[in-house]
Design a protein around this ligand. Sequence first.
Ligand code: AMP
Ligand code: ZN
Length: 453
Amino acid sequence: MQLHNTFSGRKEDFVPGDPERVTMYVCGPTVYSYAHIGNARPAVVFDVLARVLRRRFARVEYVRNITDIDDKINKAAAEQGVGIEVITQRFAAAYHEDLEALGVAPPDVEPRVTEHLPDIIAMIERLVAKGHAYEAEGHVLFNVTSFEDYGKLSKRDRREMVAGARVEVAPYKKDPADFVLWKPSSEEQPGWDSPWGRGRPGWHIECSAMSAALLGETIDIHGGGHDLVFPHHENERAQSCCAHGAQYVRYWVHNGFLNVNSEKMSKSLGNVLLVRDLLAQAPGEVVRLALLTGHYRHPLDWNDDTLPRTRKQLDRLYGALRDVADVEAEDIEPPEAFVAALEDDLNTPAALAELFELARALNKAGDDAERARLKGQLLAASKLLGFLGQSPESWFAGDTSDLGAEQIENLIAARDAARKAKDFAEADRLRDEITALGVTIEDSPQGTRWRME
Ligand code: AMP
Ligand code: ZN
């Protein structure tokens, strides 16, 4: 198996530290609002990576955290006049609902920062004791000049780092790039007792502390969106290497960004697509497939065509299955080329091409033995990627209801118009189209009535 490592900048053979226990940590969401489709991308990508790893290795430990201490959470809680736990519970639950709909399996452990304050504080104390961190005006800061390797992951020079991180140039900092490990809380702000007074952790330290507590000082894979390379992962790496004197991560894996109509999603542009809004338009499998059609490292463009186009692709897969409903699938492994594509740095476009090829071959299969084999392969390959979990009947039935009443009404109106214009051929064609959607229509003096079959 090969994985692209952000640290080396190239594809490498994946060799875990201990093949008996493969460890993976992925930075999860900050829970103060609903997840957008960009947030869903790492969740789906690393879900697929976990599935591929689990196929090859007997034991995989996958940790994805929930960030439930953050100033954006504090702001939302203050605005709504509730405690932060009200906000974090609400949006963690919403996140779980969204991911379940996308067929994302839960990670093995999902730690929350509020459960790990003793680990965080102990790690900061260690960094202070070793001379990598210092206290200044109620803050504890990591001193980047104490770590020679600083900048090696993101490959930035010092000036770029300060500009890129928009770090606060506070007078108490020894170096402008020094970053916060702990900061003081005012009485109104959420805070926890610490050797440096009541306060709260900075963002980066949580992942260093939680990954060490749950997976050990050196982990095999660390993942997240590529916006996290700097400063978040650069800083995690500095903290962990300095606290433990050991390698932190063997393979750094980052997904590319998802854009909407070739633009970065942003509140100011008003183009933020929430997962739950997309799930109102299409089944979760469609959204999941759309996220996997591009290679995980490349940018992915989401536009108006994405859902209808992807739905048709799934129709093809389910259609191929429906045609062989009476054939018993062979209990068989996915085809080698399919697995090889996934093990080649998670090349989902190539793997999906194999999947569609299987569906094509199944449509053309000459005898039942071949059909049984191809059906088995199609199901096994789809299962590995998290697809075709329902029966073709329920897929196509769901498809009709998801089409929405509006679309059906539009077809009926078009048929009525054709009949009025005495274009009976067109009216018949539209009737067939409507019937094919599983809708029964009845003409009455009051107009055309319809119902689902
Ligand atoms: P956040 O809650 O902002 O920390 O983001 C959670 C995860 O989503 C992180 O791994 C981010 O890198 C990732 N992410 C955020 N926006 C996008 C996007 N537009 N495309 C892909 N990944 C994203
Ligand atoms: Zn993190």
